[in-house]
Design a protein around this ligand. Structure first.
Ligand code: TYM
Length: 329
């Protein structure tokens, strides 16, 4: 049976990018594979969150996982920092991770640009910690959005390098995965770029119907097509891209047709998009509220996940120590 693993950082609430890029795939995969899904709270420390909000963020993501349909019976759901073995594997993998390749990582270069006052070693070695998460459970498939593609390439490189250096066939080379299609990048509705927690352009799973409508109706567009079949500008293409993901194929075809023959009304396009997003989000939102209030249940879920994850993790660390020659005297 294949092993599937993925995680999301505990840096706020989940948005449509997290849902369609990652979480929706987690849910689809839990019936057919051995699944590990976790909350990456160590990774979130690279940006120095206020200690008083970190625990609450973990609880939010856990509630959102469960509300969206992750099942603690089918999957191992855990918090990264509950599995200290990951820190040891991270240390061991760091010995074979070269500074040059880490410095060239796109996400690191991006952080250096945006967060120049806090370029810490945790940011530099972020992909190594991610590789430790994945290789810890010897995962084959990692459901993630497009922005994580390079990190997965690095994980494969570290797996290959470890196997070659020690002459073993120990770590599988995991693939970044999206159900049957290419990896997804959900754009923002503010004209450019991707939807992100720190971009201020998210539509969140906890947003009310009213907030979703407001955000969609404010989406950036343009003056409209002036000739038949004219190229679609980036902001309008972003609306179509989200529509491709959330709406029925006939709906998308209809509005694309209206664009092509210059009869499109952006107000109608946005109203339809808002309705289709609300249809996905509102049942999840209602469950989030109930689950978040049930402390005893959340506690039980993470306890169960911790036990299962650690059982597997301690076996991997024991075997890796042995392969690397670390022996008890
Ligand atoms: P994070 O928390 O930034 O994002 C979590 C997941 O959401 C996806 N995602 C998107 N997908 C499509 N469009 C978007 N606009 C969008 N925004 C976010 C991300 O691709 C990701 O799948 N490094 C990871 C967390 C992590 C991890 C791991 C993932 C730590 N260890 C091991 C997989 C395996 C991250 O930053 O996710």
């Amino acid at each position: 049976m294949e092993t599937v693993l993925s995680g999301i950082r505990s840096t706020g609430n989940l948005h449509l990018g997290n849902y369609f890029g990652a979480l929706r795939n987690f849910i689809k995969m839990q019936d057919d594979a051995s699944c590990y899904f976790f909350i990456a709270d160590y990774h979130s420390l690279t940006t120095h969150p206020d200690p008083s909000i970190l625990g609450g963020n973990v609880r939010n993501i856990l509630s959102e996982y469960l509300a969206a349909g992750l099942s603690p019976e089918k999957s191992t759901i855990y918090v990264q920092s509950d599995v200290p073995e990951v820190a040891e594997l991270y240390l061991l993998l760091n010995m074979h991770a070269y500074i040059g390749e880490l410095e060239r990582t796109a996400s690191f270069k991006d952080k250096v640009r945006k967060q120049s006052e806090n370029v810490n070693a945790g940011l530099l070695t972020y992909p190594v910690l991610m590789a430790a998460d994945i290789l810890m459970h010897r995962a084959n498939k990692v459901p993630v959005g497009k922005d994580q593609e390079q990190h997965l390439e690095m994980t494969r490189k570290y797996a290959r390098r470890f196997n070659t250096i020690y002459g073993v066939d120990y770590f599988p080379e995991p693939e970044a995965y999206n159900f049957g299609t290419e990896l997804v990048k959900v754009p923002g509705l503010d004209g450019t770029g991707k939807m992100g927690k720190s971009e201020g352009n998210g539509i969140f799973l906890i947003d009310s119907d009213k907030d979703i409508s407001k955000k969609v109706m404010r989406a950036v567009t343009d003056a409209g097509p002036t000739e038949p079949n004219s190229p679609v500008s980036e902001p309008v293409q972003n609306i179509f891209t989200i529509m491709d993901i959330v709406s029925a194929p006939d709906t998308v075809k209809f509005f694309r047709g209206r664009y092509a023959d210059c009869t499109i009304r952006y107000g109608d396009l946005k109203k339809q998009l808002a309705a289709d997003i609300i249809a996905v989000v509102s049942p999840i939102r209602e469950r989030i509220m109930d689950i978040r209030a049930d402390e005893a249940y959340l506690h039980k879920v993470v306890k169960m996940g911790e036990e299962r994850a650690r059982e597997n993790a301690s076996k991997t660390v024991r075997e890796v120590r042995e392969i690397m020659g670390i022996k008890k005297i």
